[in-house]
Design a binder for this molecule. Structure first.
Ligand SMILES: *Cc1c(COP(=O)(O)O)cnc(C)c1O
Length: 352
């Protein structure tokens, strides 16, 4: 607190990102990063663009990248928006599309940045409880609202809401924007992007941070019909004309060109997820069905203790203290050898 702070600053509750520990030899399964690096073609493209051209501003419209995304999703350039990570895209969504008299609806257990943005932009919201198995029932969203925001697969539960359920939600909710945050869609879900032509109020948000292994480059994007994208452009161009630097634009374009690397690495993570699930079940864990690159798990032994115990062995997983998921841990799927080390540590700890 400082006397120089405005009331607004004093009232913020900033998001707390997962820890980035600097321990050599650690097993880092706490922030859902991709254990496989980006495509070698991405690294080559980056090196090729470290030139004197860096003195120039980047393309403010990220045209090449938006064209590449439009092609991948069978859209046109005007239906694609890019930002500095999907966090920035989501911020512009709150600012530009969700500030209405009625509250925005989202699940009680979801990405905690949503409440942070709602506070930052004075957006009223109502949290709709997931059921006792952390499943989302779209019927709960049949109520007046100023927008609906669903992470699919949801985070941190990993549960996927199938497209038929999402379609029924879109059918009964045509007068406010429905945002689907698909940060984890490439690990086994089906994207709602295929429904964009049918629903003028649908906005789909994705990121290069997880499946494309580029968390460090900060590239996210949104797809929807042109009026929604135009709203985001109006916000962006009132905020920062150049959210993506030259290297970030090139890295993302190069990533999209190496679909083989993307397919191989995402499939490896899906395969490891299934193996890790079995290993955890064998140790007495309950594991939620996951379509993401992480697992939400619970054990008769308190989650907090397991988390601390793993931490002392330099294995990092995520515990969300307090509330309904206090006895759950979110475990990122790592490399096979990292998952193995996790299972060995858990076995030593839990099986006596
Ligand atoms: C990781 C994540 C994001 C943010 O991704 P960035 O593109 O790195 O900003 C957005 N939504 C959810 C649900 C996430 O888990």
């Amino acid at each position: 607190m400082s006397r120089f702070w405005s009331e607004r600053v004093a009232g913020l509750e900033p998001y707390k990102p997962g820890e980035q520990p600097q321990v050599s030899g650690m097993v880092k399964l706490n922030t859902n990063e991709n254990p496989y690096g980006p495509s070698p073609q991405v690294l080559a493209a980056l090196k090729a663009h470290i030139t004197d051209d860096l003195r120039r501003y980047p393309d403010p419209e990220s045209t090449q990248l938006r064209d590449a995304l439009a092609q991948r999703f069978s859209l046109n350039r005007q239906q694609v928006f890019v930002g500095n990570g999907s966090d920035e895209v989501l911020a512009h969504v709150f600012h530009g599309l969700l500030q209405h008299p009625q509250p925005v609806l989202f699940p009680d257990i979801t990405y905690s940045f949503y409440t942070t943005y709602a506070r930052l932009y004075d957006v009223s919201y109502r949290m709709i409880p997931l059921d006792e198995n952390f499943a989302l029932n779209v019927e709960d969203y049949r109520q007046p609202n100023g927008g609906i925001l669903i992470a699919n697969p949801n985070a941190p539960t990993g549960r996927f809401l199938d497209l038929s359920a999402l379609r029924s939600l879109l059918r009964f909710n045509t007068d406010s924007v429905v945002v689907v945050d698909e940060a984890y869609i490439d690990f086994g879900g089906q994207s709602a992007a295929t429904m964009i032509a049918d629903f003028p109020n649908l906005l789909v948000v994705q990121t290069f941070s997880k499946s494309w292994s580029l968390a460090g480059m900060r590239v996210g994007f949104a797809m929807g019909q042109e009026p929604l994208i135009e709203a985001l452009n109006r916000i962006k161009n009132s905020f920062n004309s150049y959210p993506l630097d030259r290297l970030a634009q090139q890295a993302a374009v190069a990533a999209l060109q190496d679909v083989a690397w993307f397919a191989k690495t995402t499939q490896a993570i899906v395969d490891s997820r299934e193996q890790l699930t079995q290993g955890l079940v064998d140790l007495g864990f309950s594991v939620l069905p996951s379509a993401a690159n992480f697992l939400m798990v619970s054990h008769p032994r308190p989650a907090r203790e397991i988390c601390a115990d793993l931490r002392s062995k330099h294995i990092f997983v995520r515990h969300f203290a307090g509330g309904r998921i206090d006895n759950w841990l979110r475990v990122t799927v790592g490399l096979p050898e990292e998952n193995h080390r996790l299972l060995l540590a858990l076995q030593a700890m839990l099986v006596s």
